[in-house]
Design a protein around this ligand. Structure first.
Ligand SMILES: [Zn+2]
Length: 316
């Protein structure tokens, strides 16, 4: 116990051993210091972002409630996390939750005589994480709330990345290199005011919605394709995520009908006009990450599956 106490004291240099009553007290003190730092930096980030977007408007940068906490992320391969916490009964009512790695905050808190430059860098590191996560929240409100295409705030959504870079944020995701060559990045980076950026993004969202809704159903004489679209977590192009294939064979006539449900993820470099071209290519080349195949048989008026070599009725 004493070793742990000494370790914590030496780690945080937060007072002499004699002044600290127990490990619990030290831990509470650490938690308090972390939260105090987070709240201070969060206030500054939100103020700077509001100035960039709504300088002369009487509104906050985010409309919904935001909570930010420090979290032990030592086992994870990320140091910041955004979560949209929805009200189960009314999903349109939600709050934003941001978690920041405790060790990233402690890196800053535990140094005291490390020199101005190193301290500044460590503080900037926390601000960068905060800004990145706040933009996830902002994209949810600005774009996500207005579209049926899921995932506008995901890390490889062109909307999230366009907003992130416009607001001076950054991302360590692999897709960033490709995104910086994309038309959306090139078209948005020179936009001078947030109002113009907002108009550009709404226009782009309309184009995405128009094209995806026109491609939801594709039918041929014996096949019905249903295509579902969402924005991507990490992809660059149009990713064929999964294809679920249902086929039914009429045992009397031998007629076979197929119903295919495809899920696509729109990556950060995809423009609305690209979607149809890549969708046809994915379908023609059967290029999907996962497949599920289900076979049904129609006997008289019954729909059946085969179980243990025998037909089993599933519904009339
Ligand atoms: Zn992210």
């Amino acid at each position: 116990m004493e070793i742990l106490q000494n370790a914590i004291i030496s780690k945080y240099k937060n007072g002499k051993k004699g002044e600290v009553d127990s490990i619990k007290a030290i831990e509470e003190n650490i938690i308090e210091r972390r939260q105090k730092l987070i709240d201070k930096l969060l206030t500054k980030e939100l103020k700077d972002l509001k100035k960039l977007a709504y300088k002369f408007k009487h509104r906050q940068f985010l409309k919904k409630k935001l909570i930010v906490i420090a979290l032990n992320m030592d086992e994870e391969d990320y140091i910041g996390l955004y979560q949209k916490i929805e009200d189960k009964k009314r999903p349109s009512r939600y709050i934003h939750k941001i978690s920041i790695s405790e060790s990233t905050i402690d890196d800053y808190l535990k140094i005291e005589d490390c020199g101005y430059y190193i301290k500044k860098c460590l503080k900037q590191n926390i601000c960068k994480i905060l800004r990145h996560e706040i933009i996830h929240a902002f994209t949810s409100e600005l774009i996500g709330d207005w579209t049926d295409i899921e995932g506008a705030n995901r890390d490889s959504s062109p909307f999230f990345l366009a907003l992130l870079f416009w607001f001076g944020g950054n991302s360590n995701h692999n897709c960033v290199k490709a995104f910086k060559h994309s038309p959306i990045y090139k078209e948005t980076k020179h936009i001078k005011t947030f109002d113009l950026l907002d108009i550009y993004l709404v226009h782009k969202l309309n184009q995405f919605e128009k094209i995806t809704s026109s491609l939801v159903m594709q039918s041929t004489w014996n096949t019905n394709n249903r295509n579902k679209f969402s924005f991507s977590y990490s992809g660059v192009g149009l990713v064929g995520n999964s294809s679920i294939r249902y086929s039914s064979k009429d045992l009397k006539t031998g007629e076979i009908k197929e119903f295919i449900s495809n899920n696509f993820e729109i990556g950060c470099c995809i423009m609305p006009n690209d979607i149809e071209k890549y969708l046809i290519r994915r379908c023609n080349n059967d290029n999907f990450i996962s497949y599920i195949s289900k076979k049904y048989y129609i006997k008289e008026n019954y729909m059946c599956t085969i179980e243990n070599g025998e037909l089993r009725k599933i519904y009339i």
